[in-house]
Structures are given as C-alpha cells and as structure tokens.
Design a protein. Sequence first.
Length: 262
Amino acid sequence: MPSLRLCPVLALIFVMWAGVPPAAADDVDLALVLAVDVSRSIDEAEYDLQRKGYAAALSDPRVVRAITSGERGQIALSYFEWSGELSQQLIVDWAVIHDVASAQQFAAQILAASRPFANRTSIGVAIEYAIGLLGRSPHRATRHVIDVSGDGTNTNGVEPSAMRDAAVEQGVTINGLVINNPNEMPWIPWHTHPPGGLDNYYRENVAGGPGAFVLKVEGFDSFATAIIDKLVREIADSGQSQNSGAQLANAPHPAGYKVSDR
C-alpha cells in the first residue's frame, strides 16, 4: 500500500536533508537524476533512439556550456532505467560533470550498458528510487532535480502523485519528458493516450516543485533535440531557468515538441 511505502522513503529523505554532508563530497550546482522509462510500450528501435539521445545531449556543447556556467561550474549526475514496480536499474552512478571529457565519459557508460528489462510502468516507484539516489549522493548540491521521461501512465505500484508530493515537500523539483506515441496500445489505449493527453497527466501527477515543467516530444526522432533543451533548462539556475523556459516555448523546433510549465 502507498502508506507503507512512504514511511521508509520519508525517513530516507530526512537523512538526505539532515545537513551533515560527507567529508569528501564535491560542491556542485545541481544534483540531477535522469529516470528513463524502458517499459514494454517502448520497442527496441525507440529504446535505441532514447539512449542515443541522452548520450548525444549530455556531451552537446550547449549542455556543457550550461554546466560550466554555474557558480561552481559542475553538476552531479546519475542515470537509471525503470519500468515495473520491481524493475529499476542504475546504469550510471553519481558522477561529477565539469567539462566535455567528463560528459563524454558519462555518455559512453550509458551506451555501453544493455537493456535491463521491459515490463509494466511504475512511475511512482521510479520517483521513489530517484529520491533514494538523491539521498545517498556524496555531493553537496544547491538544487536537486529528478528528470522523469515516459510514454505512458502509471500502471502499477505506488501512485506517482504521492511520491511527487513527498519529494516536493523537501524542495526537490521533478520535471517530465513525455514521449508521444502516435499509436495507441491495443490492449490498454488509455495508457499512452489518457483523457486530456499524456502531457496533462504528467503535469497533474508527476511534475512538481520550484520551476517544474513538462516537455512533450512528438516521437523519438526528435528526442535528442528535446533532451538538449530540457537539460539546458534544468541545469540553469532559477533566474536563467525562467528565461530558458520562455525561449523554449517560443522557439520553432524541428520535428515538433512543446514545453509547458506545470
């Protein structure tokens, strides 16, 4: 039950924010968790585009420039893939990104791993897992952000809104990247095409916290471009984030996607 799951998570968050940083920690502008959906609605071709999109974006000059332009000139990053309630796999553990070389090294680790599973869609447990990663990060960060990508609604496990609220209470921001699938799943059409649209579902149930936003991608072909813009906005500080969001919303993007604040 959700109430049983929330207890250990809230305890973990309490430890996370206890104010006793590890002695050997790096000071970073941002601790960012990339939580990537690899559920069974994402086929192998889409999965390949998704991973390559993240890898290409992380070492893109615009993203590296955003990272190095911060007060400390570096961020802490981790990347995991998720699907069902019992399916979360850490692909790249916490690493400090501070230049092109460190970004490329992180990207190479993403590409080197094999797909761990393709099960149901448990967004709530993915958020819970991301909270756990933030809680054990060895790095002292000014801001904490969870970046959740997905192409469907929650189908099992704790409700995402419950875990979202638990994170937001502690100052964590959760942003959403919605991948629009042009074809409904025959057995559960509401999963990829819920009433009001998947981006609206993410705004209501997943995204939250200071400066939170949801970006909708019209298919995996434009995924890499969308990830670059999303990372730049997330990495920027709060003032830059607002300007970045306005620029993204008004810019003409190839292949078509849209940004909306929560």
